[in-house]
Design a protein around this ligand. Structure first.
Ligand code: ADP
Length: 629
């Protein structure tokens, strides 16, 4: 026994089904339908393209539901009266509930079929034909007024002309056809076209050959040959093909470029041809269908005589056979477009180019900066050496009194000796050995004076900074010789305590002496106020594993701790007539020798300045930089 609940559920379901059915019926009644009848199979590439063009055009008519049905006659596999009867019955019975408003017949066999059977199938329904070739296999006869369409014309000659332009050395044209009646039609068409070829081009037909023989012949074709094919349905050894598959096989086996008759051949290895484009045919038929659905009378349609054929190429093939992109007319269809290097790598190239540009700019800027630095460094060295020179002149000024004294002494001695000699001459005293002694004294004093002048001249000479091996103790001894007179003048004891010799360093002897003189003159100033007994300055040198030290110590007033940080600053001076350049120049000189200048001072007790300089290495070199710890 059924439950009442089950009955309640079943009733609304029944109502829903009724609604759905009535809804479906309403769509069918309000919409118009188009029946597209193809002469061959569903997946034939040409059909797929026609279908795409047709549907995109019909469906693009907005606001008006149009249902598109498709049927396939499956030619050439299925033909004959019996088959046609079956198809007619099938179509009539199938579409009795959905009579089409327009029929589209795609390709010649389909048009012929519709013309033969439309009265019993769909009487009075207008027919639009598409992809029907106007002269092939036979001219399209006069059609009834309500059968309209734009026929397609082949341009075999156009394709061959274009191919010969691209391959001007061609001396042989090979046509490939098959063995079905349809294939034989193509062969006939090719033969009539071939008669118009230029005389130097020989013609060869590979018609209805078994696949092996065909493949072999195609493979051995020489470079001046071109192949032309419409594909074929059947080979000489009874193998079945679609034209496109046959074209693909021909292109694959051929050693030379292959041109063809259909746009659907593009992508199989065929270069291309001046071909009708199936999608365009579909769109054109779609436009006519739309006009008819809109109520236009078929006979009033103004249609072109035939569809426009377009040069269509596969760019992979044009490039493979050396056809330059610029030789392809601008209005050609170029399929399988190969992106240029720029298109593929644009982003990478832009980034790379940017990086390179940036890098170049950076390198240029760095080089400029480097040059500027070198120039600035050069100027700095120049200024430094000028400053050092000026400071030496200042030192000479400070030493004037003592130097004058030092020169005066031998000059006075020379004068005294000369006078003594004169007196001896006047008195008639003839003592050659005494005269000899006097002359020897004069010579010695003269040498002493000129020695002082020579030392002074070498200190004051303007010279380029030298970098040569020098012995520190020797340089110090010479420097102190210049200071001895000054020390004596100031009643200061200048004690030189050289460390173990040799103390080889690399540098400029004059500049090292300049540092010594600066430090000693400062020390002299510092001890100036002390009682004579404590006016001692000690100049010493010492050797360490890889450097040497020159120290100048005094027991003077020392340096106030607050002055220490500014001690080496230019123009820092605590003296009333001080310039404040001595220590700053000395430090520059020492650092230019990769050395360092240190100070230890105790106010009231004294000061020691240490000059550390890297030693000359055993291999004869000296460091340009030294890491002092
Ligand atoms: P200047 O001698 O013209 O003053 P420097 O640069 O040679 O210039 O010296 C700077 C200052 O350092 C001096 O004014 C002085 O105050 C201080 N100084 C340098 N050497 C000594 C020293 N041995 N003892 C005490 N003070 C010193």
């Amino acid at each position: 026994m059924k439950s009442p609940i089950a009955r309640w559920v079943r009733f609304p379901l029944f109502v829903l089904c009724l609604l759905a059915l009535s809804g479906g019926g309403a769509v069918a009644a309000d919409s118009r339908s188009v029946l597209v009848l193809y002469s061959n199979g569903r997946l034939v590439p040409g059909n797929v393209s026609v279908e795409a063009g047709l549907r995109s055009t019909i469906e693009s008519s907005a606001g008006r539901p149009v249902v598109v049905f498709t049927e396939f006659l499956d030619n050439p596999e299925f033909t004959g009266d019996g088959y046609e009867r079956t198809m007619t019955t099938y179509l009539r019975d199938k579409y009795v509930g959905h009579p089409p408003s327009v029929i589209v017949a795609v390709a010649r066999e389909s048009l012929d079929f519709v013309l033969r059977h439309r009265d019993e199938l769909f009487p009075g329904v207008p027919v639009v034909h598409a992809a029907v070739f106007n002269s092939f296999p036979k001219p399209v006869g006069p059609l009834p007024a309500d059968v309209v369409g734009v026929p397609v014309g082949y341009e075999i000659a156009g394709t061959i002309d274009q191919a010969l332009r691209w391959h001007p050395k061609t001396d042989r044209m090979v046509f490939v056809t098959g063995s079905t009646p349809r294939d034989l039609e193509w062969e006939r068409l090719f033969r009539s076209t071939a008669t118009a070829l230029p005389p130097q081009v020989k013609v060869e037909f590979l018609a209805g050959l078994p696949i092996d023989a065909l493949s072999q012949r195609l493979a051995e074709l020489d470079a001046r040959t071109l192949v032309f094919t419409a594909g074929f349905y059947q080979s000489g050894d009874a193998l079945r093909f679609t034209p496109r598959d046959a074209a693909a096989l021909v292109a694959q086996k051929s050693a030379v470029p292959v041109y063809g008759t259909f746009s659907s051949f593009l992508g199989t290895g065929v270069v291309g041809g001046v071909v009708p484009r199936f999608e365009a045919m579909g769109r054109q038929a779609g436009d006519i269908v739309n006009a008819l659905l809109d109520g236009t009378v078929p006979s009033s349609l103004e249609l072109p005589e035939r569809t426009r054929n377009t040069l269509s190429v596969d760019q992979r093939q044009t490039r493979r056979w050396g056809i330059a992109d610029r030789d392809i007319p601008a209005d050609a269809y170029v399929e399988f477009r190969q992106p240029t290097f720029w298109e593929v790598y644009r982003t990478a190239a832009l980034i790379g180019g940017g990086v390179i540009l940036l890098q170049s700019a950076l390198i240029a800027a760095l080089m400029l900066e480097h040059r500027r630095r070198l120039k600035a460094e050069g100027t700095l060295v120049q200024r430094g050496s000028e400053l050092a020179h000026a400071s030496r002149l200042a030192i000479a000024g400070e030493l004037t009194a003592s130097i004058a004294h030092e020169i005066n002494q031998p000059l006075a001695a020379i004068l005294a000796n000369t006078e003594a000699a004169e007196l001896m001459m006047k008195s008639g005293m003839q003592k050659p050995e005494v005269i000899g002694n006097i002359l020897a004294d004069i010579r010695r004093d003269d040498l002493r004076a000129s020695d002082v002048i020579a030392r002074l001249r070498s200190l004051l000479a303007r010279h380029a900074v030298a970098r040569q091996p020098i012995e520190l103790n020797e340089a110090i001894a010479q420097g102190c010789a210049l200071l001895d007179a000054e020390a004596r003048r100031r009643a200061i004891e200048l004690a030189v305590r050289p460390g173990p010799s040799p103390l080889p360093i690399v540098g400029d002897q004059i500049q090292i002496q300049q540092v010594l003189i600066n430090l000693v003159l400062n020390a002299m100033d510092a001890v100036g106020e002390l009682p004579e007994s404590r006016r001692t300055i000690v100049v010493s040198t010492d050797r360490h594993p890889d450097h040497v030290t020159l120290s100048v110590s005094d027991r003077g007033h020392g340096i106030a701790p607050e002055h220490l940080p500014r001690l080496f600053d230019s123009f820092f001076s605590t003296k009333s007539r001080g310039m404040g350049l001595g220590l700053s120049i000395s430090r520059s000189i020492v650092e230019a020798h990769a050395g360092r200048l240190r100070v230890e001072s105790t106010p009231g007790k004294g000061t020691v300045f240490h000059v550390d300089l890297p030693s000359l290495r055993p291999d004869g070199t000296a460091p340009k930089e030294y890491r002092w710890t």
